[in-house]
Design a protein around this ligand. Sequence first.
Ligand code: CAA
Length: 390
Amino acid sequence: MVDFTLTDEQKNLRELAHDFAEKEIRPVAWEYDKDGTWPQEIVDKAHEVGLMNTHLPEEYGGAGLSYLDGCLIEEELAWGCSGIQTSLGANGLAAAPVLIGAAEEVKKEYCSELVESPVLASFCLTEPDAGSDVSGMRTSAVRQGDRYVLNGSKCFITNGGYADWFTVYAKTDKEAGHRGISAFLVRKDDTVVVDKKEDKMGQRASNTATITFNDTEVDSRYLLGEENHGFKLAMMTLDRTRPGVAAMAVGIARAAFEFAVDYSKERVQFGVPIAMHQAIQFMIADMATDIEASRLLTWKSAVQLDNGERNTLLSSHAKRFAGDSAMRVTTDAVQVYGGYGFIKEYPVEKLMRDAKIMQLYEGTAQIQRLVIARETLLPRRVSEPEPAPA
Ligand code: CAA
């Protein structure tokens, strides 16, 4: 039976996240956006109340929440500020390949660190010349005895400037394309250099950095999964995290929608609130449908994971549709505000800037379409079973 009713626990979780967003995030969000302020005190508080690392299994001290639970939280926190939520949520992206591929004692060591204190970790896949085309990466990992030596630069790394450890993808066989990539867990040391903090259009309170590895030595027990199997690990990770990105897109769209609805009832033109004009009503109606449909796809893609099924197709549907919808909804919110929407004193231009990244990170809207087309035209037969949801 299909049932969209949330349990009492899920409603409580959503309320907890909403209260946190309303009290701790919203009041500072526009100020932090202006200066690109790093939200350390919010990271500390979110960690304290249990709104970070929500997917870490209970055996490692985590809350062991489901992917659907995570989406409920992510929507609310992104409603507060998606830049700040990106900072709070990035540990999930870094930890996913550890949970899928690391040895038991490595999982224990690194996951319990995340649980015990507000430590941050980053996922290092993208390079200046290898964005959508992951297998074009140049970072190398050369085996020397029981260690690997890593060299290369990763860009657009969320939380890169504040991370204590990194999951890093590197070529262990330069000639083998995607079958020559391996994943490693790398702890920050003097050989790991934060080169550049990006000055971004939106999500300005999140930290996005370039990280360079200079002869960085990694013990072979920190190889994640098997050597040369890193590409699949990255794809399996993104299958797990894209529903959360879609949930964030819903949160941004909902915030813009609420502002637009309120404004349309206050703003008077031609003698009536603009909400009385059909031109505005149709925009509001389309925004509402986009949000509702995005949330349904997001939840469905998360529930599929919670059921232990492969969700590649649905997570791309959700990320693609919710990302594009957030862009449409926030652009229309600016339109509802008219000229005021273009002014920084009003809230919606920030949301429009923030929405843009939803069509870019964790796979562009075009890459999602590519995955959808491939999965539709040539459904993949995966022999290995999906690991239980983490
Ligand atoms: N699960 C498991 N295996 C998968 C898979 C999945 N979802 N998708 C692909 N694979 C496997 C395939 O079965 C294939 O296996 P074989 O080696 O056995 O043949 C292998 O991986 C290669 O697959 P493809 O031929 O489909 O690979 P491709 O080179 O054509 O690339 C792609 C596919 C979809 C374009 C992929 O490269 C991709 O998703 N690119 C986008 C990368 C991305 O999302 N980057 C964002 C970085 S993260 C970020 O933004 C971080 C941040 O900090 C915010």
